[in-house]
Each structure stands twice: as C-alpha cells, then as structure tokens.
Design a protein around this ligand. Structure first.
Ligand SMILES: Nc1ncnc2c1ncn2[C@@H]1O[C@H](COP(=O)(O)OP(=O)(O)O)[C@@H](O)[C@H]1O
Ligand SMILES: [Mg+2]
Length: 88
C-alpha cells in the first residue's frame, strides 16, 4: 500500500490539492482549489462544461503544470515526483 511511502503529515491521504491555480492566458480554469481525498475513498468530480474538471485531472497526471499551489498524488509531489506517480 502507498501509506508506507507517505510522510507522516500525509498519511491516510491519497490526494491532496492545496490552493491550486491554473490559468490559460486570461482564463482562470482553477482559482485556488483545495481538497483532499482519503486513502480508499471513492470520489468523483462533478461540474458543468468549463468548470475545470479536465484541467484538474491533467494536473494530477502531469500533463499540465499549475501556476500556483501544491498537489500530492499517492504521497508524491507532482513537482518533484511525477515519475513515481506515473509508475502507480
Ligand atoms: N488548453 C487550453 N487553452 C485555453 N483554455 C483552456 C484550455 N483547456 C481548458 N481551457 C479553459 O479552461 C476552462 C476549464 O476547462 P476544462 O478543464 O476543460 O473544463 P471541464 O473539463 O470541466 O469541462 C474552460 O474555460 C476552458 O475553455
Ligand atoms: Mg472535461
């Protein structure tokens, strides 16, 4: 399980999003989004077209970089540990 690789402060969390901002030119797709998902929790992302769902998923999988904020997937920081995230 991933819990062995997660620092103490992140134990029990599979996803952590902190103050995530993503802009495309003058469009702000994500405006300071924060939430976390517990390990083993099932979640869904709901919202109308243009709400930023795909943008968020693409930040979590490394296809896009956020302008601001911290994102951890499986205890790994997308800024420094994308390869570990992709392995999972
Ligand atoms: N590559 C891009 N270039 C410019 N604007 C984009 C791009 N991707 C998404 N957007 C804009 O960001 C906002 C969020 O889009 P998106 O994440 O695709 O929403 P959803 O998946 O919830 O429909 C929309 O206003 C969209 O037009
Ligand atoms: Mg979409």
């Amino acid at each position: 399980m991933i819990s062995e690789e997660i620092p103490d402060t992140y134990s029990g969390k599979s996803i952590i999003i902190k103050n995530c901002v993503k802009k495309f030119a003058d469009i702000t797709a994500l405006n300071g989004l924060s939430f976390d998902i517990n390990e083993g929790e099932i979640f869904s992302i709901l919202g109308p077209n243009g709400a930023g769902k795909t943008t968020l998923i693409n930040i979590m999988n490394g296809l896009l970089k956020p302008n601001k904020g911290e994102v951890f997937v499986g205890g790994h920081n997308i800024k420094t540990d994308l390869n570990e995230i992709k392995k999972k």
